[in-house]
Design a protein around this ligand. Structure first.
Ligand SMILES: C[S@@+](CC[C@H](N)C(=O)[O-])C[C@H]1O[C@@H](n2cnc3c(N)ncnc32)[C@H](O)[C@@H]1O
Length: 227
């Protein structure tokens, strides 16, 4: 099964979790960790794209900062919930179902694209492909903001991990059991901060890489059309 299909099935099975539901105060604590950094980058009126938005907790948070957000995700159930919350809040946020490998947006559609802690779910090829697309759909000087953990820091000393790791493509086999839904198998990918920077920097200009918590990093890249 393709990675995108296994991810879609997994997140549709998870549905809307209290910690990711923008309508639930339990989703606030993670969001606050991002928003204090994002609020320094977002200007009112900016067109922003939330990549892998799930039920939209980051998307709505960016609207609260004055941005005009769009969220995209491959899982239909969380997106349907995000649309319901948008209606209830009379929000202008737009939500689309789609794959990060083939974004349905025209050139110069956004001033900032956010990728919040989803990096382990995409392969190295998908990240490079996404970065090439962002070069087109971001405005000149548009920003690409990534929040990520470093898998090397996370996995040090975890010997069982080696049995699941495929050195040829960096994938790590994983599974989750979702109550009443069964077992879901999906790969994740071994991402380090240095490797993410290396891949994204092939197409966008690196502005900042900073460790903002124990194992949480912010990476900010800038677009420059025609370079
Ligand atoms: C860990 S969740 C995070 C959701 C959201 N960013 C948040 O903070 O609540 C990752 C999301 O990325 C989505 N996703 C992963 N790979 C994707 C892809 N290739 N295309 C579209 N969505 C993807 C999943 O469906 C899932 O909803």
């Amino acid at each position: 099964m393709k990675t995108i299909d296994s991810i879609r099935k997994l997140y549709n099975a998870i549905g809307v979790h209290p910690t990711t539901d923008p309508d639930n105060s339990k989703s606030k604590s993670t969001i606050d960790r991002y928003t204090k950094h994002l609020s320094k980058l977002i200007q009112p009126g900016m067109r922003v794209l939330d990549l892998g938005c799930n039920a939209g907790r980051c998307t709505f948070a960016m609207e609260d900062m004055g941005a005009i957000p769009t969220g995209i995700d491959c899982a239909e159930i969380p997106i349907l919930h995000a649309k319901k919350v948008a209606k209830k809040r009379k929000s202008q946020c737009q939500f689309n179902i789609g794959d990060l490998s083939a974004l349905p947006y025209r050139e110069d559609s956004f001033d900032l694209a956010l990728f919040p802690s989803n990096i382990v779910e995409i392969s190295y090829e998908t990240m490079e492909n996404l970065t090439v697309q962002l070069k087109q759909i971001l405005s000149n000087k548009g920003l690409f903001v990534v929040f990520m953990h470093d898998e090397f820091i996370k996995r040090v000393g975890e010997t069982a991990f080696l049995d699941r790791y495929d050195s040829l493509n960096g994938s790590v086999a994983g599974h989750s059991t979702i109550p009443d839904q069964g077992m879901f198998y999906y790969p994740s990918y071994f991402w380090t901060v240095a490797f993410a920077k290396y891949i994204i920097e092939k197409h966008l200009i690196c502005r900042r890489v900073e460790q903002i918590e124990d194992n949480l990093f912010i990476l900010v890249f800038c677009n420059k059309k025609g370079s």
